[in-house]
Design a protein around this ligand. Structure first.
Ligand SMILES: Cc1cc2nc3c(=O)[nH]c(=O)nc-3n(C[C@H](O)[C@H](O)[C@H](O)COP(=O)(O)OP(=O)(O)OC[C@H]3O[C@@H](n4cnc5c(N)ncnc54)[C@H](O)[C@@H]3O)c2cc1C
Ligand code: SF4
Ligand code: SF4
Ligand code: SF4
Length: 416
């Protein structure tokens, strides 16, 4: 009966964030993601074990474990800008290639036996999939943010007892993982380090399809590569076909797609800052005025645990990364901005709840909302629910800057 609970309380209520934890933990291997290029939702194979509730217990769509005490940027030991010393890793990375360098040096030094992360499907490079990688070359080949859902945590099933792994995931994926480790503590020995990405929202594959349509690329063009943040920072969606033709759409031209293809669960998310990670990684936007000569290829890092500090230090000592402390003024401004964005989300959750629409259960004291805020929220819901199709582009452009600084203000001067 329990998969039916998951279906009723999470999937049908549009609260699923596609973390893949349910499919990964299911002892009957009853849960599959069939419609990967569509809704990408879990479905069952009708072999549920009676009385088992594991899938719902690990589900961040059902319940968020973030409490009022963790709000804001969360536990922070240090905030630094970090980048890969290897120029190729830095160039190919999303921000400064910090995630990729740490993962790669960890594999080379045998800090971990494998890395659990998302990358591209070699049979269809426009599609994103979960991978267990064991070489630094594979990690570099799968670098860069991919703005497309893919259930990462189902790959945990492929890990081997006695082996150690690093994992990179969005905040909800790491929350699902922590729930899993809480109810099955023997899995804890397998996970050495949790790297989290700050995340305003992610998108269904429809967004990628729309980008391909805009670039007039079809399956017949035999796509060799598809990257979402390629080129001079902040980069763009770039497709390379087998006849070596390449086409790009800059990031600021396609940010609007997030309003149309984001998940409903993202609108109701309380952890955008990877509170369940050892180190959280973000773009360098809050600190651009400290980065001289237009050299914007840096990753912002928020180290949350002593383990995070240790591995960052190890990677720096071995010459894989360089680090610089950020200015107090900019750090303060960034924290204030993140706090205010979080308040917007908390108000959305409060209102959604008030309108008797489903929200994940959570132990957070939600704010009171005035009439103007309620109206603004209603507009946001309509945009997300795709009711105002005709006004979508206009309203989308207005809201695109709410989660991040105005992308179009920043341009890297060195064409990398
Ligand atoms: C969906 C999404 C939304 C984001 N939103 C923000 C934001 O609002 N503000 C901000 O400052 N930063 C955001 N980021 C983080 C930012 O884009 C960079 O990932 C981060 O700065 C790390 O850069 P890097 O060069 O060090 O990483 P890289 O060295 O390029 O490594 C990227 C790593 O991310 C993993 N990855 C890629 N896509 C996904 C995905 N969809 N889910 C899980 N893992 C993935 C890859 O497997 C790879 O290991 C977001 C990232 C994603 C994927
Ligand atoms: S985890 Fe348990 S309850 Fe969920 S689908 Fe699998 S067998 Fe059923
Ligand atoms: S949120 Fe994660 S655990 Fe919950 S149903 Fe969706 S994929 Fe499964
Ligand atoms: S916004 Fe929250 S729910 Fe959505 S993908 Fe990011 S972490 Fe997951």
């Amino acid at each position: 009966m329990s998969f039916q609970d998951l279906q009723k309380l999470v999937i049908k209520n549009d609260l699923c964030c596609r973390c893949g934890s349910c499919a990964g933990i299911c002892p009957a291997q009853n849960i599959v993601f069939q419609d990967l290029l569509g809704q990408c939702l879990p479905s069952d194979l009708n072999k549920c074990i009676n009385g088992c509730r594991l899938c719902i217990q690990v589900c961040p769509g059902y319940r968020s474990d973030v409490t009022s005490y963790q709000l804001g940027l969360g536990a922070t030991k240090s905030i630094q800008l970090v980048r890969a010393i290897d120029k190729e890793v830095c160039r190919r990375g999303t921000s400064g290639g910090a995630v990729t360098s740490i993962l790669a040096v960890g594999l080379n030094e045998k800090w971990w036996d494998g890395v659990l992360m998302l990358g591209y499907n070699p049979e269809n490079p426009t599609q994103t999939m979960a991978k267990l990688l064991t070489t630094s070359i594979e990690v570099l080949d799968n670098t860069q943010s991919r703005y497309c859902v893919a259930p990462l945590n189902q790959i945990l099933r492929k890990t081997v007892e006695g082996h150690r792994y690093a994992i990179v995931g969005l905040p909800c994926m790491l929350e699902g993982l922590d729930k899993w480790l809480a109810i099955q503590p023997k899995w804890r020995d397998r996970i050495v380090l949790k790297l989290g990405l700050l995340c305003h929202s992610t998108m269904k594959y429809g967004a990628t399809q729309e980008l391909l349509d805009k670039l007039e690329v079809t399956a017949h063009d035999a796509i060799l590569q598809a990257h979402y943040r390629e080129g001079a920072f902040p980069g763009g969606f770039k497709v390379v076909t087998h006849n070596s033709e390449s086409k790009t759409i800059p990031l600021d031209n396609y940010m609007v797609l997030f309003n149309h293809y984001s998940l409903n669960r993202c609108r109701l998310c309380v952890d955008h800052y990877a509170l369940h990670s050892d180190i959280a990684f973000a773009d360098p936007f809050p600190f651009v005025d400290e980065l001289k000569n237009g050299d914007l290829k840096w990753t912002t890092t928020v180290t949350r645990s002593y383990l995070g500090i240790e591995y960052l230090l190890r990677a720096r000592t071995l010459g894989a990364i360089e680090c610089r402390i950020v200015g107090d003024g900019n750090e303060k401004k960034w924290r204030e901005k993140l706090d205010s964005i979080q308040q917007v989300h908390l108000r959305q959750i409060a209102l959604t709840k008030k309108m008797n629409m489903p929200v994940p259960s959570m132990d957070i004291i939600l704010p009171r909302v005035n009439f103007a805020q309620a109206l603004l929220n209603l507009v946001r819901i309509l945009v997300f629910q795709d009711i105002m199709l005709s006004a979508k582009q206009m309203i989308g452009r207005f809201f695109a800057g709410r989660f991040d600084p105005d992308y179009s203000r920043f341009r890297s001067t060195d064409e990398s």
